[in-house]
Ligand binder design. Structure first.
Ligand code: HEC
Ligand code: HEC
Ligand code: HEC
Ligand code: HEC
Ligand code: HEC
Length: 478
């Protein structure tokens, strides 16, 4: 009985095994067929009419393969205007920011630096190279580092570095702007940011190319600063860290949708003393960046500064468009909402989804940029943004007046005979106040990217400015 059962049992197992193997084989065959099909789909998703390579910087060539994205990309040449976004002025040139009466303190705080000569509203990507070529900031000699964010420059970097773009970039700070710009045009790469700067020409995957960003984000990964907006850095930190954090390998696709913009929309150092630097070694908060600069030394051995203020002599830190950094401190970044979600939203095009390459203010596009997530009327959303921006604007102007009063007080103290040593505490407050004020003035969302953080920074700006004013006034005998 038990023997029979055993026999029957093993026959059963045998048959069962055959069935399992058959099913598994069928599944594997189906899977392989499916993969082959997907691969074919992946390839046929884009009909390639022309071959594009790492050296194809002309967007019109890519446009032959991807006409929908190219069409929207070309619209960045159109003028846009919202209450605080886009630009005023003529189509020939955007309006001067520094000439607006309410920004009188802006022009004054840049005295001694090229930004007091020419500082305009930004406009669409199509103009980035020509606007840079035309700015009167070139009345002062500018370094070759400038072009990092204004042209499709990678082939020039590779040429300068014998194939190594990072090495090539590190030569450009010692060259003049005109020299590097001429190379770009002579080699046929005189284009604004182009498809190849954000896309792998073989796979079309989004990627980052800019050496400044790659080095900056590695520096951030190697620090122990919290990075709630970039979870892949935490994962890399938990690993063996044998190879540096590589944004193109280690990040998520969602992070890449912000990284591509972080190649340029960031605070940086860009002059002739040392190579282009993104100051992220202590973290992405305003205070972390300030600490990084305070710890940096110029080749002269002095503590880092961008310029000495022409009237007061304070060693000033110039802030530049920290969109990536401010965004990283806001609720959207922490909820995984990327730059592209708002500035390059999907649009339906028949059966396919196309990312809008007309990069511009999302307020011109609330339906696709915001209402996909926020179930509120367009007007309600616009009112919410306006409330945030007007609050920020008021704080900004108050900070500006406070800084102006500080500079007045320092000039009075100087006239009354105060020595540089005596003035030092007031000038240190000027450095701290101006850095904070400029950080939010130069950031282009008028506080929207992180409203509470922007308010904190402006609150500190006004406080430091008033403390500096008090220090200067103490030096005047009444
Ligand atoms: C949740 C949506 C959202 C996200 C995410 C976002 N932005 Fe914005 N951004 C806005 C809004 C709203 C404005 C204000 C537009 C205005 O005033 O017209 C703005 C303004 C800007 C401007 C100025 C626009 C203009 O027309 O002058 C730039 C540049 C910008 N953002 C870049 C970025 C970058 C870079 C990132 C990612 C690091 C980012 N933004 C993330 C919504 C967003
Ligand atoms: C790390 C990237 C980066 C570097 C390096 C850089 N820029 Fe820009 N530049 C930008 C971005 C982003 C904007 C648009 C946002 C804005 O205007 O605030 C811009 C805007 C401009 C504008 C138009 C608005 C204005 O300021 O009048 C000019 C002109 C300009 N840059 C010139 C220069 C010059 C000259 C240099 C070298 C000293 C330089 N840029 C270096 C990223 C960069
Ligand atoms: C290679 C550098 C570079 C990259 C990459 C880049 N930008 Fe820009 N962006 C600029 C410069 C420079 C300007 C200013 C051009 C000018 O004023 O002539 C600008 C302008 C803008 C504006 C103002 C448009 C307007 O109509 O006023 C917005 C918004 C913007 N960028 C958002 C983004 C977003 C979002 C991304 C990522 C998807 C991105 N940028 C990627 C350099 C860059
Ligand atoms: C500043 C960076 C940037 C530039 C420059 C850029 N793209 Fe894109 N592109 C993106 C982002 C971000 C996406 C969304 C990718 C994703 O979510 O995976 C995208 C998506 C695409 C896609 C995939 C389908 C879609 O629409 O989502 C194609 C195709 C494409 N871009 C073509 C182009 C072409 C052609 C150019 C030049 C004319 C170009 N791109 C320039 C950032 C850029
Ligand atoms: C991909 C989804 C997504 C998109 C797109 C998006 N948001 Fe949000 N937004 C969120 C999330 C998540 C929060 C966090 C609070 C919550 O859960 O409502 C938030 C919060 C906010 C807040 C309140 C928080 C604050 O910053 O103080 C405002 C205002 C806001 N969004 C406006 C906008 C506007 C304007 C746009 C379009 C330019 C936009 N959002 C696009 C997801 C999104």
């Amino acid at each position: 009985m038990s023997k029979l059962m055993k026999k029957q049992g093993s026959a059963g197992i045998f048959i069962g095994l055959i069935v399992v193997v058959a099913i598994a084989t069928a599944l594997i065959v189906a899977l392989l067929a499916n993969i082959a099909e997907r691969k074919a789909e992946g390839k046929s998703q884009y009909v390639r009419i022309v071959e594009v390579t790492e050296d194809t910087t002309d967007p019109a060539e890519w446009g032959k393969n991807w006409p929908k994205q190219y069409d929207s990309y070309k619209r960045t040449a159109l003028a846009t205007k919202t209450t605080f976004g886009g630009h005023g002025g003529s189509e020939a040139l955007p309006e001067q920011k520094i000439e607006r009466p309410e920004y009188h303190w802006l022009k004054r705080m840049f005295k001694g630096y090229a930004f007091s000569i020419d500082y305009r509203d930004r406009r669409g990507h199509a103009y980035m190279l020509s606007d840079q070529e035309e700015t009167k900031r070139h009345n002062v000699k500018q370094s070759g580092s400038c072009i990092h964010c204004h042209a499709s420059i990678m082939p020039v970097y590779r040429e300068l570095g014998d194939g190594d773009a990072m090495a090539g970039m590190k030569k450009t700070h010692a060259m003049s702007y005109q020299e590097v710009n001429k190379m770009a045009h002579d080699m046929g790469h005189g284009h604004p940011v182009s498809c190849v700067d954000c896309h792998d020409p073989d796979s079309m995957a989004i990627r980052v190319t800019r050496p400044g960003f790659i080095e900056g984000i590695q520096r951030l990964a190697e620090s122990d600063a919290p990075v709630p907006a970039i979870p892949s850095i935490d994962i890399w930190r938990q690993g063996d860290k044998k190879t540096p954090y590589d944004p193109n390998e280690d990040s998520t696709r969602n992070e890449m949708r912000s990284f591509v913009c972080g190649q340029c929309h960031v605070e940086y150092y860009c002059s002739s003393d040392f190579p282009l630097t993104f100051p992220w070694g202590n973290g992405l908060k305003m205070d972390d960046l300030e600490k990084f600069w305070d710890e940096t030394k110029l080749t002269s051995g002095d503590r880092f500064y961008d310029y000495k203020h022409k009237e007061t002599g304070a060693p000033i830190l110039k802030a530049q468009h920290p969109e990536f950094e401010l965004w990283s401190q806001g609720v959207h970044a922490k909820s995984g909402v990327s730059c592209s979600d708002c500035h390059m939203p999907y649009q339906r095009d028949g059966a396919s989804k196309v990312s809008d390459h007309w990069v511009r203010s999302p307020l011109l596009n609330v339906n696709r940029a915001c209402q996909t997530c926020h179930r509120k009327s367009e007007q309600e959303i616009l009112d919410l943004v306006d409330n945030i921006q007007q609050t920020n604007y008021k704080l900004l102007l108050r900070g500006g007046e406070a800084l102006n009063d500080l500079m007045d007080a320092v000039m009075e103290a100087k006239a009354a005979g105060a020595t540089p040593e005596q003035l030092n505490p007031a000038l240190e407050f000027q450095r701290k106040a101006q850095w904070r004020l400029d950080y939010i003035a130069a950031e282009n969302s008028m506080g929207f990217h992180a409203p509470q953080e922007a308010a904190r920074i402006l609150g500190e700006a006004a406080d430091y400015a008033r403390q500096g004013q008090v220090e200067a006034l103490k030096l005047i005998k009444h």
